[in-house]
Design a protein. Structure first.
Ligand code: C2E
Ligand code: CA
Ligand code: CA
Length: 287
C-alpha cells in the first residue's frame, strides 16, 4: 500500500518523476495483479471517469472538439492515471472492456451535452489495438448509429499505427464501416512509431495527430519545422487534417499556426479538465 501510495504521489507530481515512478513499479510488480484483480469491480462500480481536453481550430481559435482521457478513481489509491494501468490491461486483454466502457461514456456525454455543444464539435475517444480489432466495439457503434446517427457522427476514434499493422484485415474492414457510419478516425502519436507515409493513403483517415515530440523544441531553430511542414502539406494534399498535440508554449502555438496545422491541443490551451470545468471553459471561450 505504501508503494502504491508513493506511485500515486509520483504521478501527481507529474511526468518528471517518471524515473522514480518506474523504479517503484519495478519494485512493486505484484501491483500488476492488483490492477487486473480490481478491474472488474471498478467497471461495475463505474470508477473510471473521463477528463476532457479541448481541441481548438487554429484558424478561428474556437473549441471544436475534445479528447476523452481516462482516469481511475480508485477507492484506495485515489485518482490514477492511464500509464499506470493501461499496460497491464493490454497484457491481460481487459483493455477491450475498458475501450467499450469509454466509448459508452463518450456517447452518454455527447447526449447529455447536446444542448450546448458547438455545431461541429467532435469528441475523440482512444481505442487500443485489440479494442479496435474487436467485433464488439464495431457492433456497438453500428447499433448506436441505428439509434442516433447525429450522436455517433460526433465521434472521432483515435487509433495508433500499431493498430494499422497488427490485424490488418479486421482494421481495413472496421475503417470501412466507420466511414459508412460517418465516424471520423484519427491516427494518434504520428511520428513516434513507424511513421510510414504509406499509411496515409492506404487507409482512410480523417486526422493525423502529430506527436508532442515534434512540437517540443519547436521554438529553437531546428529542422523540426522542415519535417512538420512536409507532413502537414502531404496530409493537406491527401485531405487529412492535422492536429498538433502537447502544445505547451505560446511560441509553439504560433509556429504551428504558421505551419498550417488545422487543430491544436496541449496545456497551453487547456489541460485535461473535469467535466464541469470543461463545460465552463467551452462556454467562456465561445462568448
Ligand atoms: P495520448 O492519447 O497520446 O494522450 C495525450 C496525453 O498527453 C494525455 O496523457 C494528456 O494528458 C497528455 N497531454 C496533453 N497535453 C499535454 C501537454 O501540453 N504536455 C504534456 N506533457 N502532456 C500533455 P494521459 O491522460 O496520461 O494519457 C496517456 C495515454 O493513455 C494516452 O496518450 C493514451 O494512449 C492512453 N489513454 C488515455 N485514455 C485512454 C482511453 O480511454 N482508452 C485507451 N485505450 N487509452 C487511453
Ligand atoms: Ca490520443
Ligand atoms: Ca497522442
Amino acid at each position: 500500500i505504501d508503494a502504491d501510495h508513493a506511485m500515486y504521489q509520483a504521478k501527481l507530481m507529474g511526468r518528471n518523476q517518471y524515473v522514480f515512478f518506474e523504479a517503484l513499479a519495478e519494485q512493486n510488480k505484484t501491483s500488476n495483479v492488483k490492477v487486473e484483480y480490481d478491474f472488474d469491480n471498478a467497471v461495475n462500480n463505474l470508477e473510471f471517469i473521463g477528463n476532457y481536453q479541448p481541441l481548438i481550430d487554429f484558424r478561428s481559435g474556437d473549441v471544436i472538439g475534445a479528447e476523452v482521457l481516462v482516469r481511475w478513481q480508485h477507492p484506495k489509491l485515489g485518482l490514477v492515471f492511464p500509464d499506470f494501468f493501461i499496460p497491464t490491461l493490454e497484457k491481460s486483454g481487459q483493455i477491450v472492456q475498458l475501450d467499450l466502457y469509454m466509448l459508452k461514456l463518450a456517447l452518454s456525454k455527447l447526449k447529455l451535452w447536446a444542448d450546448w455543444l458547438p455545431e461541429k464539435f467532435k469528441l475523440n475517444v482512444n481505442v487500443s489495438t485489440s479494442g479496435f480489432a474487436s467485433e464488439d466495439f464495431i457492433r456497438y457503434l453500428q447499433e448506436q448509429h441505428q439509434k442516433s446517427a447525429v450522436i455517433t457522427e460526433r465521434l472521432c476514434i483515435e487509433i495508433t499505427e500499431e493498430s494499422l499493422i497488427l490485424n490488418v484485415d479486421a482494421v481495413k474492414k472496421h475503417l470501412d464501416i466507420l466511414k459508412e457510419l460517418n465516424i471520423s478516425v484519427a491516427l494518434d502519436d504520428f511520428g513516434t512509431g513507424y511513421s510510414s507515409l504509406s499509411y496515409l493513403h492506404q487507409f482512410s483517415l480523417d486526422y493525423l495527430k502529430i506527436d508532442k515530440s515534434f512540437v517540443d523544441g519547436l521554438n529553437a531553430i531546428s529542422n523540426k519545422v522542415v519535417i512538420l511542414n512536409a507532413v502537414v502539406n502531404l496530409a493537406k494534399a491527401l485531405k487529412i487534417k492535422t492536429t498538433a498535440e502537447g502544445i505547451e508554449t505560446a511560441e509553439q502555438y504560433q509556429k504551428l499556426k504558421e505551419i498550417g496545422c488545422d487543430l491544436g491541443q496541449g496545456y497551453h490551451i487547456a489541460k485535461p479538465l473535469l467535466e464541469a470545468d470543461f463545460k465552463r471553459f467551452l462556454l467562456n471561450r465561445s462568448l
